[in-house]
Design a protein around this ligand. Sequence first.
Ligand code: 5AD
Ligand code: SF4
Length: 373
Amino acid sequence: MKKYKIITYGCLANHSDSERIAKKLEDQGYLKSENPDLVIINICSIRQAAVDRAFAQAKKYKNVIVTGCLLKSDYDKFTKYAKIVKKENLFSVKPKNSCLIPIMTGCNNFCSYCVVPYTRGREYSRPPKEIIDEAKLFINNGAKEIWLLGQNVNSYKYDFPKLLYKINSIPGDFWIRFLSSHPKDMGNDLIKSIRDLPKVTEYINLAVQSGDNEILKKMNRNYSIEEYKKLALKIKREIPNVCLSTDIIVGFPGETKKAFQNTVKLFKEIEFDMAYISKYSPRPGTLASKMKNQITFEEKSRRYSELNNLLKKISLKRNKQLIGQETRALINNNFIGKTKNFKTIKVNGSSNNSFVDVKITKALIWGLSGKIK
Ligand code: 5AD
Ligand code: SF4
């Protein structure tokens, strides 16, 4: 029997690709194993740290294939240790148990720090019928949660809220989640769909990246912090129980202490439930990598810790407010799962991959504890 292992770095879209690659290999008779004859490393160039970790893995194994959304310079590094394979169109492959559905790939935004427009190319939206058929197939196979993935689902060419509406009307007991939204094109119709469609979960990842207008401009984000705040507050007001998360980059070139404090201020004002904080990583070929006033690694680490400590406090405070509430949760394994609005929850029992009704009994920094009703 041929044995394989897949190592994945990067976003959910990359994980979705890995599942599809795994399905292809299994169709060819490969078996998943920790002692593999073939190792596939599926990486993303978005941050240097991921590339470095992948490189260490590539050196460890004998028969390695590297694939992913990589910059040419990163690909070249790997040629000594691995065979490089470009990703072919994976849309036609239907993984069995997975429910990650890419609805679009690529990005047209060209944020000045980001490699995605170079590695994944321009935006391409899949036709709605293809996506709906795939969702139906997953649901008929027992999927309880469908993730719709895109770098910016708001610019889905065939109307994202309409797609949500159509998937919501597929019969069955399941949740619809999506990632990611760009603040510059998050419309009222999407906010309304999240509020009104029962299967669409109240979780929004709305990357702000920085709390400072000058940095936002240098990042080419196309919104002001005032516009972002207005939008975040509207979301919180319109969607009861919404859980709002964000992405932040600390130490972008030219980020002064004062500019960083504007991000701290934003955290205190908006009280995000969760934030994915990254230290700025200069990527070859991007505009930001050539900007003056790059921040030292030590200072980036200091800013990261300051923000992360604040996030822990806010997250605990937000979680405490939920004690006593009743909610539905999808429990995956080891009695751990997610509430409808994507809070991690530990419960006192349940079988695998099932919905339960729970009462929230305890708040932790990164999640909740609850008792099954
Ligand atoms: N350095 C650090 N973080 C980055 N991200 C994207 N590019 C970089 C970079 N060069 C982060 C952003 C984005 C998330 C997916 O990764 O915060 O929202
Ligand atoms: Fe990168 Fe900006 Fe596109 Fe997101 S929106 S993928 S950060 S260029």
